[in-house]
Design a protein around this ligand. Structure first.
Ligand SMILES: Cc1cc2nc3c(=O)[nH]c(=O)nc-3n(C[C@H](O)[C@H](O)[C@H](O)COP(=O)(O)O)c2cc1C
Ligand code: SF4
Length: 434
């Protein structure tokens, strides 16, 4: 399987791809017309039948999530699109919204119609001002064309869509912290249950989905659930955007069926940068245990990556060659988690701080083998004991790197310092691959 499936990325090479005119030229908003002629429950069923699983990392079936909304509730229902995208390495939603914001807007209108919601939000990180402007422009164009607002395309269906900018915190991508932030509070995770489907935004039934999940809905409505389900693997159906970054010849977004392997993707991306070899990589961002060149043929679907000891996550394939010090990379990620820990629970607040302090010493060669056991013990006290998945994610690089690269940690202690020349590991150092 070496074929790409450009669906969300189809028009990215056109200079005006982000405009409504360009999107309509390629058949955009036809799926909305089809959807408005369907029963809302039939759309939910089509999404269930397609096998679409959440593209935000956890892979929860999207149609099933929509089905959890209580049939009768005195409160309005909400659709919230999670466009926070702050995981290190993850970089698919931002280019998607930049290049083709209308596929997201169309997905939001169809999904809101399906779940009977008249209010939708896009929660986007505020730092990406260029993307915020693109989204605002797309929303304004959609209102002008009658795709948003009152009586959409004469169907009697009303929808208002608000673009809300976050203030830049990784935790605000966690769905319940996102809701707190959207309501104007400091973003910290909420206790579950109740789940957002029952009591979410302003206490109302709420569906929260990733950008790519919602952007995939028009293609399912237009082409049918069988078309979508025919791609991918038995339990991980459809296509997804794979983001290759780091020490790779042609970094970028590769849209392909789930189940493709890194070996196949690397072939299309021109391989690891010239003169170098693959050392380690993340299958789905920094919160997923690292892999090595032994995992090049693992099918990149939820089940196979899980069986091989990691997680598919957000398909953020960060590639590191032999010039990279794994201890230093893990230190950098741990500094990120310590900085982003919201402080609500002790295992994560204290544990990520300890990680940072210990790894700093270890990278500087001031440690001994027993420290690795302390790090693993600390990880046991964070994993499964933290209030939300940020804490769990912080343990992934630490535990997996000790498992796969214990010798490299030991070399730091033996030499009393880092054995790597860090200048060589930057992608720009040798004339650069970009
Ligand atoms: C710390 C943390 C950050 C997260 N960041 C994001 C994010 O930026 N975008 C996203 O879609 N999901 C993120 N998630 C996952 C969401 O909580 C949630 O599972 C997801 O938005 C559901 O959408 P999906 O079912 O369409 O995947 C994050 C989770 C955690 C714990
Ligand atoms: S795990 Fe970390 S980010 Fe999550 S609630 Fe606890 S302190 Fe906050």
């Amino acid at each position: 399987m070496t074929t790409l499936t450009p669906i969300l990325t189809r028009n990215w090479d056109q200079p005006d791809s982000f405009t409504r005119v360009a999107y309509e030229r390629e058949g955009g908003y036809q799926a909305l017309r089809t959807a408005l002629g369907m029963e809302p429950d039939a759309i939910v069923q089509a999404v269930k039948d397609s096998g679409l699983r959440g593209r935000g990392g956890a892979g929860f079936p999207t149609g099933m999530k929509w089905g959890f909304l209580p049939p009768a509730s005195p409160n309005p229902r909400y659709l919230v699109v999670n466009a926070d995208e702050s995981e290190p390495g993850t970089c698919k939603d931002i280019p998607l919204m930049m290049a083709n914001p209308h596929v997201l807007v169309e997905g939001i209108v169809i999904s809101s119609f399906a779940i009977k919601s008249n209010h939708a939000f896009i929660y986007v990180r505020g730092e990406v001002l260029h993307v915020v402007r693109r989204l605002q422009q797309a929303v304004a164009e959609a209102y002008e064309a009658g795709y948003l607002g009152r009586n959409i395309l004469g169907s009697g269906f009303d929808l208002d869509l608000v673009v809300h900018t976050g203030a830049g915190a990784y935790i605000c991508g966690e769905e319940t912290a996102l809701l707190d932030s959207l309501e104007g509070f400091r973003g910290q995770p909420r206790l579950k249950p109740p789940f957002p489907a029952v009591a979410g935004l302003y206490g109302g039934p709420t569906v929260i989905n990733n950008v790519e999940s919602i952007a995939s809905v028009p293609s399912i409505v237009q082409n049918g659930s069988d078309w979508f389900a025919a791609m991918g693997t038995e339990k991980s159906q459809g296509y997804g955007i794979f983001s290759l970054s780091g020490h790779v010849t042609r970094p970028g977004q590769y849209e392909a069926p789930l189940g493709i392997t890194l070996r196949e993707l690397l072939e299309m991306a021109g391989g690891v940068r010239a003169g170098h070899r693959l050392k380690f990589w993340t299958p789905g961002g920094s919160s997923t245990p690292i892999f090595t060149d032994e995992h090049l043929d693992v099918p990149l679907d939820f089940e196979s990556v899980g069986a091989a000891g990691s997680m598919l996550g957000t398909r953020a394939l960060q590639i590191f060659d032999e010039t990279t010090c794994v201890v230093r990379a893990v230190l950098r990620w741990s500094e990120f988690y310590a900085h982003e820990s919201c402080g609500k629970c002790t295992p994560c607040r204290e544990g990520t701080y300890w990680y940072k302090q210990m790894l700093k010493r270890l990278e500087a060669g001031q440690g001994e083998e027993a420290d690795l056991e302390t790090l693993l013990d600390l990880s046991d006290n964070i994993l499964g004991r933290s209030f939300c998945a940020l804490g769990d994610g912080a343990t992934s690089p630490v535990v997996s790197s000790i498992k796969l690269f214990r010798d490299e940690y030991l070399k730091h202690f033996e030499q009393g310092g880092c054995p790597f020349d860090h200048a060589k590991s930057t992608v720009w150092a040798e004339g650069g691959s970009r």
